[in-house]
Ligand binder design. Structure first.
Ligand SMILES: [Zn+2]
Length: 468
């Protein structure tokens, strides 16, 4: 099916655009209607290249949409969180798991099985910490998984007498093998991303096996997720077995924030990626992880396309090293808007000035791309853009005012090619892929109305997707 977009603004100029097959075939005033074309009156709305979220997690996002989401506000109030869980408890069928995501300790008493038992005790409950690194189970949950009687796997936190506390660190794969299968609704994720103008994503999950990729590939093949999907996977991943409907991106190296590997181990992981001719994308949230990563890159050598994921804390003293290696920082400005009050309350004073840098990195000549880290961050790219230009916490407090960038510049961090997250903006030109985002208004009006979502429709591989 071909497409004619009438009266759209491309780089501020009113024009028509045709897409034939999956490519842009003509741009100009009063274009003739191509054969079998759908004609869309653009009503002078801006036409942009489709947005690419450079860092998110599709399966986790789909699973999160069927979970209780602990948000700032209701998680800050322990009773608010409890009432959310109790309300979900009444909605679910007997005996099924209750799943909650986005938890963050604010009360001083860490969440454990006994705290959860006081809230819901007669069905299995699991609550994910918002970092993604920790699951907390109630006693019924531990029992359902055999953890009250069997040998606990490493990562299952124990009291000195061997009693499990319910806190399971980095045990997602172990849990996935034992939990009832509850197929996540990837179609809902695809529709949501379309409604937000997203035409491509990089799934930054460091999985070592390809079963998750098979689910993504089938969702792609069935059209549930129409977006182009780039996957990362771990350095040891057998890339030959990745389904062809997915694009293989850099190898994701996860550095557990609480248990960093040795320099030798990290160098080994990077060399494994290099042996498969892959770039690396290293999870760098803390100052220590960053220093370790740069030391490993010094040893292995950087290749164009290597990335630092998150860059939550980057002292300006290391900007020259990042730039000299040509590393791209893939940042999440949205976290400042979502978690800014927690940062102001909890982040060490010496780190506050180095938190989620953006403007200063760009000024130093470092390439910066953006991704939402959904479901750990909000998947809405327009909120991300707004956050980058405002740097305001939910309370309204400013976090790092000097790191603000103009909204139009923040948008560019989502318009770059997936191979170069901080690289040049993709352009609407003849022969370019038919991956486009049509707004209701001009771009300047859309940016002035942020964080409202300005998207009217997307085109992906030449196919029109309008929100219902
Ligand atoms: Zn992530």
């Amino acid at each position: 099916m071909n497409l004619l977009l009438r009266d759209v603004q491309v780089d501020g100029v009113l024009t028509d655009v045709t897409i034939e097959g999956d490519r842009i075939s003509a741009i100009g005033a009063r274009l003739p209607v191509p054969p079998d074309a759908i004609v869309v009156d653009g009503e002078r709305g801006a036409l942009l290249p489709g947005l690419h979220d450079h860092h998110l997690h599709l399966l986790a996002l789909a699973a999160a949409s069927t979970s209780v989401r602990v948000r700032p506000g209701n998680g800050g109030d322990p009773l608010g969180f409890a009432s959310e869980l109790r309300a979900a408890d009444t909605r679910l069928s007997m005996g099924s798991w209750l799943r909650a995501v986005g938890y963050h300790d604010r009360t001083g008493r860490p969440l454990d099985r006994w705290v959860l038992d006081e809230i819901v005790s007669d069905r299995p409950v699991r609550v994910q910490h918002r970092s993604g690194a920790l699951w907390v189970l109630n006693s019924a949950g531990l029992d359902a998984l055999g953890l009250l009687t069997g040998a606990p796997p490493p990562g299952c936190e124990l009291l000195s007498d061997g009693t499990p506390t319910g806190r399971l660190w980095r045990l997602d794969a172990w849990l996935a093998d034992r939990l009832p299968i509850d197929p996540p609704d990837l179609g809902a994720v695809g529709r949501r991303l379309c409604a937000l103008g997203v035409t491509g994503v990089t799934d930054a999950t460091p999985t070592a096996d390809t079963s998750g990729f098979d689910r993504l590939a089938s969702a792609s093949w069935l059209g549930e997720i129409p977006q182009r999907i780039v996957v990362t996977g771990a350095p040891g991943l057998d890339i030959g077995s990745v389904p062809s409907s997915l694009t293989v991106g850099p190898a994701k190296i996860l550095l557990p924030d609480h248990d960093l590997p040795s320099l030798d181990e990290l160098v080994h992981q990077m060399r494994t990626a290099r042996a498969a001719r892959r770039n690396v994308a290293v999870h760098c949230v803390t100052r220590h992880a960053l220093v370790l990563t740069l030391a490993a890159i010094d040893e292995v050598g950087a290749v164009a396309g290597d990335r630092l994921e998150h860059g939550a804390v980057i002292p300006s003293a290391v900007y020259p090293a990042i730039r000299a290696h040509g590393l791209t920082v893939v940042t999440q400005p949205n976290f400042v808007a979502e978690r800014g009050d927690d940062y102001l309350a909890e982040v060490a004073r010496e780190d506050l000035g180095d938190l989620w840098p953006c403007a200063s990195l760009l000024d130093a000549g470092v390439a910066v791309g953006a991704g939402s880290d959904a479901p750990f961050g909000d998947e809405d790219p327009w909120r991300l853009i707004h956050a980058a230009s405002q740097r305001r916490a939910p309370s309204g407090a400013t976090v790092g005012a000097d790191e603000r960038i103009p909204a139009a510049r923040a948008l560019e961090m989502l318009l770059s090619d997936h191979r170069q997250p901080g690289g040049p903006v993709r352009r609407i030109k003849i022969g370019a892929p038919g991956d486009l985002c049509l707004l209701h208004t001009s771009l300047s009006a859309a940016l002035a109305a942020l964080p409202d979502n300005p998207v009217r429709a997307v085109v992906i591989r030449g196919c029109l997707h309008e929100p219902a």
